[in-house]
Design a binder for this molecule. Structure first.
Ligand code: AMP
Ligand code: MG
Length: 425
């Protein structure tokens, strides 16, 4: 007899999976290899920035008290006793009516308490010695970038669980992280099932299709920050599928299979989970596409994601259930996607018995976000995924939407999740 499956709400399914989340360990990689990785420890300032009082301009360092009498009618002369470039330090101490020529970024010499820009001075020679003169009184401390004005030693500059971007790289370099503590990526095995599947390099054959899920999910794992392991395709044969899954388990932190989770004659994944002694967390989710998405956990906590074979459903299943688990592994604080409100540009007349995720393109039109479904809205569609940068998320129990309606949009390409709850009401 065919098994009857009880659909559970998407949010509940996500919560069930989250109970099996694990955290990755730390590994140290050279700074140049850290881009796109997640920090495994807080990144801390090992010195003040600036590390010393420095000049923000090319000019002269001197004592403000010596400029008191200066005015447009009365210039005051200073003997220039040294000349320092960025990275140089003057051994001299400035005395009364002395100045040191200083370049941007150079350390303020001892005795000086102000810098005047070079444009406001005149330079000349007197008795074979360099001099400069100025015509305005200066205030003590003016034009000096103070030690620690940007940041202080010991401050956490980047928290753990943050993706290394080019901006983060500048921080890592500034504070001496030649090697960076990043989260060791989870190894995620991918097996696709289906006797109909050809390899990408195969010529087309009657009744067959090329295996697109394997490559797509491989890319999704990479995009999310995991380490994909291509375990190939298996045909719809219980023993072959069982052995492929079983032998994968020792090589991976989590396993994704695509296809074979429906209730068709050749959908063997449910029986495989049973034989492995895995607990099935759910085998039907109240969503379209991807209602057959099944997630199981082995007694050791290893997650087995059974994604639909239908490409669009497979894609959505990954974004909803696998990606947050990869993000949590990488210590990301909020692993769930952000949502936005946008205006529908076209009617979407379909009824929505379940929560529906429509692949769509979000764009700015004037000051307004608008959203357009991309191509064929069928779970079997493969080509419309590429144009999508979001999913329109339509609540279950609704009847159809018109152009101009405001709809919730799930931003799967947007990194920073905003709320701990994954979907607004
Ligand atoms: P299944 O979930 O195995 O019943 O597959 C559902 C549909 O998705 C079928 O039409 C399959 O041919 C198709 N399909 C399954 N696996 C893949 C794959 N790896 N790449 C592309 N299409 C697939
Ligand atoms: Mg199949």
């Amino acid at each position: 007899m065919m098994e009857r499956r009880q659909p559970i709400p998407v949010e509940e399914a996500i919560k069930k999976v989250s109970q099996y989340q694990k955290h990755g360990e730390v590994e140290w990689v050279p700074l140049k290899n850290s881009l796109g990785r997640f920090t495994a420890e807080d990144i801390v300032a090992d010195h003040d920035v600036p590390a010393f009082d420095r000049s923000p301009y090319d000019g002269f360092a001197l004592r403000a008290e010596d400029t008191k009498e200066a005015s447009s009618e009365h210039s005051i002369e200073f003997e220039v006793i040294d000349h320092i470039g960025a990275g140089m330090v003057s051994p001299k101490t400035i005395g009364p009516f002395q100045a040191i020529r200083i370049m941007t970024g150079a350390k303020i010499p001892d005795g000086a308490n102000v810098v005047i820009m070079i444009e406001l001075t005149k330079t000349f020679e007197k008795d074979g010695k360099p001099f400069m003169s100025l015509k305005r009184p200066l205030q003590k401390g003016h034009n000096i970038s103070r030690q620690g004005e940007e940041t202080l030693k010991g401050k956490v500059m980047v928290k753990k669980g943050i993706k290394v971007t080019s901006g983060v790289t500048a921080i890592l370099a500034t504070f001496g992280y030649a090697v960076v503590p990043v989260v060791k990526k989870p190894v995620i095995g991918i097996i696709s099932t289906g006797t109909e599947l050809l390899q990408v390099s195969d010529a087309m054959m009657e009744g067959k299709i090329r295996n697109s899920n394997l490559s797509m999910v491989f890319a999704q794992v990479l995009e999310a920050g995991g380490e994909p392991l291509d375990l190939g395709g298996v045909s719809d044969d219980f023993n072959q599928s069982y052995h492929a899954v079983k032998s994968a388990l020792s090589k991976v932190d989590m396993l994704i299979t695509t296809g074979g989770v429906s209730v068709g004659d050749f959908d063997f994944l449910p029986a495989i989970y049973e034989k492995l002694g895995a607990e099935v967390l759910f085998n039907k989710v109240a969503m379209r596409p991807g209602s057959v998405t099944t997630v199981a956990a082995l007694p050791n906590g290893q997650l087995l994601f059974g994604l639909s074979g239908n490409p669009a459903a497979c894609f959505v299943g990954f974004e909803l259930f696998v990606k947050p688990i990869i993000y949590r592994w990488c210590l990301k604080e909020n692993p769930y996607p952000s949502f936005a409100l946008a205006k529908l540009t076209h009617d979407f007349p379909k009824a929505n018995p379940f929560t529906r995720f429509v692949r769509a393109a979000l764009q700015f039109t004037g000051s307004q976000l608008s959203v357009t479904p991309t191509g064929l809205d069928k779970s079997s569609a493969v080509t419309s995924i590429a144009d999508a940068n979001c999913f329109i998320a339509l609540p279950g129990g609704t009847r159809g939407f018109q152009a101009g309606d405001q709809v919730n949009v799930l931003l799967f390409q947007h990194e920073g999740g905003g709320s701990p709850c994954w979907m607004p009401n």
